[in-house]
Design a protein. Structure first.
Length: 529
């Protein structure tokens, strides 16, 4: 179905130099087969996928050969690729917030694919769109058709992307981190759906992922990439049981380990939230009359001490991220929120500004959270400009370099822009921006979801080190229970805006009381096995 031979990709840089991103890469995929490309962030996996779709930028230079169904498509004319992209080759992009048009509803974006390629009528396309959203596990799909991307959770946006990619029943599906933003139960559902579609349609799949559990469950063959080259290829059984290359062995051994250090017995309370509620009005009609409310967070209590991590887990759309936004006063909320003993729920604007340096956040989608017009130095140093205006430019630059080194990035990278980094590298930039002010509280919204396993382990170690050194309190929102186990002292399990179970991390993960918690753990264990 797909045959890639000796693919080389160079990028022309603004200073006239060239960056060799992909080096002599060769692999093939048969009908009905799944081949996985694995490797660390920045290894060239996504660039290879974009080359197959002929979606590389104007500064890219390609050589080699890409045959699709027996036909050469490298440098194919745009009119030829327009008949292939979306119709015969579907692609699930890594970052749904940037891949989806923010100005169009879900309905318009899915229907556009069907109307363009299959000449569906609007009513037929809408019916098919509802069916697709239902297939990928979005509740109340008819209502969600009217939603814009920003009104959906990260997992729901990812499911919309999957629905769009599958809409025209492609022959080849390129799945670039298809389960990154999904909670464990939906991950299991989506993987089963992809397997089912593969069986029914004899679908070929190129699976790009850093999650080796997904690879083990989905792929027949694996190609391991490092710094633009394939260092090892083989069947899943061979790669997982008898890896030959040291890098492959390193990937298989890498995962977050250990447990967080317990906070001091006399650690002061940083945050106390009582009966926190975040309701969003549902409006209808010309006058936009409020006819009801979405109870995104419905009466949640949360207490955090200095040096403590509270993990917030639950399915996509359960209210995890909204709780974090409510705590930081980024959305309007009800209830009592005490930060350092001060009630901040009644503070607004200028009153909150002095506290902002002590409360930081790392957003789920690093590309959407980083300004494309600013360099990394400007992005990370922005907080210093606001909260430490007395710093000279040289001192500010030194602090930026210091924090970049702390998160594992080269100091020289501060002169580059976000689009020049991989997804995992962008997440590290977002973490650097949060920790440069040494805040008392950080809300971490899926901070490791975009990272490969080895970098996940490094980031967990980094966050624990910073917590021990500075006594930072974390609200750690995640669907990855392995990472939660390594980070959290206390866990809150959320469903439909409410807390269904809470307690010490070991108790909740080892002896869950509620059926919902048991379901989450079961899905995580089955799909990681």
């Amino acid at each position: 179905m797909l045959d890639v031979k000796k693919l080389n990709i160079h990028f022309r840089l603004p200073d006239g130099a060239e960056f060799h991103a992909v080096k002599n890469v060769s692999f093939d995929i048969k009908r009905g087969e799944t081949v996985a490309l694995v490797g660390e962030s920045g290894s060239g996996k996504s660039v290879t996928a974009l080359a197959v779709m002929q979606l590389l930028g104007a500064n890219a230079m390609e050589s080699g050969s890409i045959h699709f169904d027996g036909n050469e498509i490298m440098d194919a004319p745009p009119r030829v690729m327009q008949t292939i992209r979306g119709r015969r080759i579907g692609m699930i992009f890594q970052e749904p917030m940037t891949a989806l048009n923010p100005l169009h509803t879900v309905e318009k974006q899915i229907c556009e694919v069907l109307i363009w390629h299959q000449k569906f009528s609007k009513s037929k396309a809408r019916t098919r769109a509802v069916e697709l959203l239902s297939q990928v596990g979005i509740p109340d799909p008819e209502t969600r058709l009217k939603s814009y991307p920003h009104q959906l959770s990260g997992g729901q946006r990812q499911r919309v992307m999957i629905a769009m990619a599958l809409a025209n029943e492609p022959e080849l599906l390129i799945a670039d981190e298809p389960t990154t933003a999904l909670d464990v139960t939906v991950q299991a559902q989506i993987l089963e759906l992809l397997k089912q579609l593969q069986r029914e349609r004899n679908l070929a799949m190129l699976l790009i992922t850093h999650d080796l559990g997904v690879v083990k469950n989905m792929a027949q063959r694996v190609s391991v990439m490092k710094t633009g080259q394939i260092v090892e290829q083989g069947s899943v059984a061979e790669i997982f049981t008898m890896p030959k290359h040291d890098y492959t062995k390193q990937l298989l051994a890498a995962e977050p380990k250990g447990a967080p250090q317990a906070p001091a017995n006399d650690a002061p309370e940083i945050l106390r939230g009582e009966n926190i509620k975040v309701y969003f009005p549902i409006k209808r009609g010309i006058l936009q009359k409020t006819i009801g409310f979405i109870r995104a967070v419905d009466g949640v209590d949360i207490h955090i001490r200095a040096g403590e991590t509270v993990g917030v887990v639950g399915e996509s759309g359960s209210g995890k991220s909204t709780l974090g936004y409510g705590i930081l006063r980024l959305v309007a909320s009800q209830g009592e929120i005490l930060f350092g003993g001060q009630n901040i729920r009644t503070l607004h604007g200028r009153q909150l500004r002095p506290l902002r340096r002590e409360m930081q956040i790392v957003f789920q989608d690093p590309f959407g959270a980083l300004s494309p017009r600013l360099t990394v130095a400007q992005i990370i140093g922005e907080g210093l400009l606001v909260h430490e205006p007395q710093l000279h430019a040289a001192a500010r630059d030194e602090k930026v370099c210091e924090v970049l080194r702390e998160v594992g990035l080269d100091c020289e990278s501060r002169h580059r822009y976000p689009h020049e980094f991989s997804g995992g590298q962008r997440q590290r930039i977002a973490i650097a921006r949060a920790i440069i002010l040494k805040p008392k509280l950080i809300v971490l919204d899926e901070p490791t979801s975009a990272l490969d396993v080895s970098v996940q382990a490094q980031i967990v170690e980094l966050l624990r080190h910073l917590q021990n050194k500075y006594g930072i309190a974390y609200v750690f929102i995640s669907h990855d229970l392995r990472v939660v186990r390594a980070m959290a002292h206390h866990i809150i399990v959320m469903k439909d805006g409410k807390v269904v179970e809470s307690g010490a991390a070991n108790d909740v993960l080892s002896h869950p009381r509620e059926d919902y918690t048991q379901k989450l753990l079961s899905a995580a264990l089955n799909y990681k096995a």
